[in-house]
Every structure is written in C-alpha cells, then in structure tokens.
Design a protein around this ligand. Structure first.
Ligand SMILES: NC(=O)c1ccc[n+]([C@@H]2O[C@H](COP(=O)([O-])OP(=O)(O)OC[C@H]3O[C@@H](n4cnc5c(N)ncnc54)[C@H](O)[C@@H]3O)[C@@H](O)[C@H]2O)c1
Length: 427
C-alpha cells in the first residue's frame, strides 16, 4: 500500500516516518523543494527527528518525497498536514488547506481517501474542504471518494511514541470512517472513532483550549499568590500530589507554538457564526497575552533594585523556542519579550542552543538574521540581566548563576541552583 502525506513539517514528517516504519510506502509531498531534496538525501531539518532513520527508510524504498502532486494518482490515501495559521485580523487562514485541496482535486481518483489532519474549526472538512475537492475533481465525497478528519497529537520534544498516542477519527460517512480506520490501523495502535468530522475537529480544539485556559488560570494565580507571599510553584507541586481530579499546569511568559495561541481563535470565530459566545476562551487569551508586559515590569523592578534601568541596558533573553528542548520558535513569547524590551530602549540579545540564527518569518521580520550569542562567561557576564524565557535542558544554569549579575526567571528553573540572595528574581 502507498499513501501520500502532504506538508512535511513538525506534524507530517513524523507521521510519514511512522507509516513507513510499519511497512506502508509513503510518498511525502511538500511545496518546499528544499525540504523535499533534504529528505530524499536522507537529511533532517527538524532537530528531534534523526537523519539516520530518514536515510534508512529512503534506502529501503519505504519513503520518498516530491513536489509533484500528479503522483497522488497512484496512492490509496492522502493525509493533509499543512499549516492553519491566523490572518492579521486573527481570523482563520484556510488558504494552505484549500490550496492543497485544489491541488489534490486535479488528481483525485475514485475510491481514494482524503484525510485532513490540520487543526481547524468544526465544519472545515465537511464544508470547505469537501467543496474544493468535489469542484476540482467532479467526484462526490462519500460516494466516489472517502473523506475524514483525524487530528494530530504531536508533542514535539517529548518521547511519546507516535504509535502509542490514540488517534481520533471522524468520517464524512460511516464508510469514510471505516476506510480511514483501515489505513490508520497500519501505523497507530489505538483508534478513537467519533460520530463525524466536526466532532473530531471539535475534540482537537477542546484539547488545546483546555491547555490555554488552564495555563491562564495558573498565570493569574501566580500574581494572586505572590501578593500573599505564597510561591505558586510550590503550590502546584503540592497540589499535584492529589492522585485524582487534578492536572498540573505551569505559569510562564505567555503562550507559544503553532497550536495553543492560535487554535482558540478558530473556535471563537466559528462560534460567532452560529451566534455563540466563547467568553472563557477569550478571557484566557486576554490573561495569557498580558503576561509578557508583566514579565517586563518585573525585569524593570529587578534592575531598579540594582539602580539600573531597562533603557540603555544590555539584556539577554535566554531561550527563544516556544518550549523547552525543541528548535521551534513559532509564535514564541520570547519574541514579544524582545520587542517590548527593545521598545523600552534596551539592547536586546538572545541565546538558544537550539536556534543558532533567527530565520525570516512573517511575524518577526525585524529579528531575521540575528544570531544566538555565544555561551561563555565573558559574554554572559556583560549583560545587565538575563531573562529566562524558555528553560532548555542543554543550558547550564549553575554556570549562569556564576556568570550573570541578575537573572529574571519565568520558568522556575533556577530553583534547582544555589544562588546568592537578590540575584534571581522569579517572574
Ligand atoms: N506542531 C505541532 O506540535 C502540532 C501539533 C498538533 C497539530 N498541529 C497542526 O498541524 C498542522 C501542521 O502544523 P506543523 O507544525 O506541522 O506545520 P509546519 O509549518 O511545520 O509544516 C507544514 C508543511 O506544509 C508545507 N506546505 C504548506 N503549504 C503546502 C501546500 N499547499 N502543499 C504542500 N505542502 C505545503 C510547508 O512547506 C511545511 O513543510 C497545523 O494545522 C497545526 O495546527 C501541529
């Protein structure tokens, strides 16, 4: 059996490798020719995906990549893993999904299965995607071809085996669901069938909104408890000893990544269309988006305690990726912190062992080309303050404590290091 996976990024590539590992021949499709040639040469462009494995599967003839959509004529199924970002006005941008749908439609064959994996609002698969597939192919979903939605549950940097993460699937018809189950059962151990595509889309949004709301809660409690001279980190550590009904979430400098800061807006937008409000979701967004300003106020206070000001100070932001131990800097709150510091007149630098140089992105073109400063005493000691935004395990925090005159820690990572009083400020 051969399947095609479209969009070979953080979601599509691991999924492709998982199918290939299980003996399914995978054709990877991407519009980025550089990614395609890297993969065919057995190279990886995502740090936590080893090149060795790609090379092995390419050599075994189980995996190959192409930019040519005509090749999907010969596959049993097409899985779509392209981005679903927001437009400037924070409304869903389905352009990637719909353009991919149009490209598939030109080559769609009777009996094929099309599955959308990209996170999106309920209704996208059965309405928007179905429309472009049917219009471009002249075929009918549920009659001539199968259509389904199955959200990805990737946790980059954490060692879950993809095969062991249960996979939700909703079909456009019961036959579509059965066709999708048949394909996914080749690679994934536990499948979770649901009533239809929109239920599967809604389940993914619940998972991500749940994270956003709970992170907002602890971000709020951080300030509330600090005012009562209570350490929120100790509170969470204590609360999580409860063996039922509690799950720990941790405060931070704001939300990051391609999911949690974006997906709630997909839900909020769709809710408005059906006359519903999403007050909880919006409140969480408000609280989380206010975090960077609060962190900067804390940096100002910490500097003031040493008779310094943000304006004119050299400040190092430590950790640029949005979460620990990955190289993904999309939507990272570190950028917001850097922008705010710069706006207040600081000289801003960053260090991140996983992001040696900042690539050009739509959101932060002004930082493109900036390089991570070297990790050595002379450099680090030259900053008035180090602001820990992301706590990568590859950073030596004991050294940091030795080298830096002032550390503002948003991740509580300095709790593990003995430091002179007054040097570390929690934020
Ligand atoms: N990254 C995560 O942890 C994660 C987790 C769960 C779900 N998701 C969702 O999965 C989807 C993909 O996210 P990602 O992080 O893999 O994005 P990504 O940017 O890493 O990868 C997307 C890939 O799609 C390619 N692409 C764009 N348009 C294309 C087109 N028209 N045809 C072919 N290829 C095209 C890009 O070149 C890129 O390689 C999003 O909807 C996201 O919300 C992401």
């Amino acid at each position: 059996m051969t399947i095609a996976i479209i969009g070979l990024g953080y979601v599509g590539l691991p999924l492709a490798l998982q199918f290939a590992r299980r003996g399914v021949r995978v054709l990877g499709l991407d519009v980025d020719a550089k990614k395609v040639s890297a993969l065919n040469a057995g190279r990886s462009y995502i740090q936590h995906i080893p090149a060795g494995e790609i090379k092995k599967l390419v050599r075994a003839g189980k995996f190959s990549a192409t930019t040519d959509f005509a090749e999907i004529k010969n596959v049993a199924a097409v899985l779509i893993c392209v981005p679903t970002p927001l437009k400037r006005n924070r409304t869903p941008d389905l352009a990637f999904v719909l353009n991919t749908g149009k490209s598939i439609a030109r080559h769609l064959q009777r009996g094929q299965l099309v599955v959308l994996e990209s996170t999106t609002y309920p209704g996208t698969t059965e309405n928007e995607l179905r429309a472009v597939l049917e219009k471009g192919s002249g075929l009918k979903a549920g009659q001539d071809f199968h259509l389904a939605f199955s959200p990805e549950r990737e946790d980059p940097g954490n060692p879950h085996r993809l095969a062991d993460i249960p996979k939700i699937i909703g079909g456009y018809t019961p036959a579509c669901l059965a066709a999708a189950q048949k394909i996914y059962s080749r690679a994934i151990r536990a499948l979770v069938p649901v009533a239809n595509c929109r239920t599967a889309e809604a389940a993914k949004l619940l998972e991500n909104v749940f994270r956003g709301v709970n992170i907002a809660l602890v971000n709020e409690l951080k300030g509330v408890y600090a005012a009562m001279d209570i350490d929120v980190w100790e509170v969470i550590a204590a609360a999580k000893t409860k063996p039922f009904g509690f799950m720990p979430f941790y405060p931070g400098p704001g939300l990051g990544g391609h999911c949690i800061p974006i997906d709630p807006f997909y839900l909020a937008w769709r809710a408005k269309q059906v006359g519903q409000e999403t007050r909880f979701v919006e409140l969480a967004g408000e609280i989380n988006r206010a975090m960077p300003e609060k962190i900067i106020a804390r940096v100002a206070k910490a500097l003031a305690a040493q008779n310094k000001k943000i304006s004119g100070a050299k400040i190092l932001v430590l950790g640029l990726a949005y979460k620990a131990n990955v190289d993904d800097d999309r939507e990272s709150p570190s950028y917001v912190l850097m922008d705010l510091l710069k706006a207040r007149g600081a000289n801003v630098f960053y260090h991140d062992p996983h992001v040696p140089v900042i690539k050009r992105t739509r959101e932060h073109p002004h930082w493109a080309g900036t390089k991570s400063v070297p990790w050595r005493r002379k450099t680090v000691a030259g900053f008035a303050a180090v602001l820990i935004s992301t706590a990568h395990a590859a950073v030596d925090y004991r050294r940091l404590a030795e080298w830096s005159p002032l550390i503002v820690d948003t991740r509580n990572v300095m709790a593990q290091v003995k430091v002179a009083p007054g040097k570390v400020w929690r934020a």
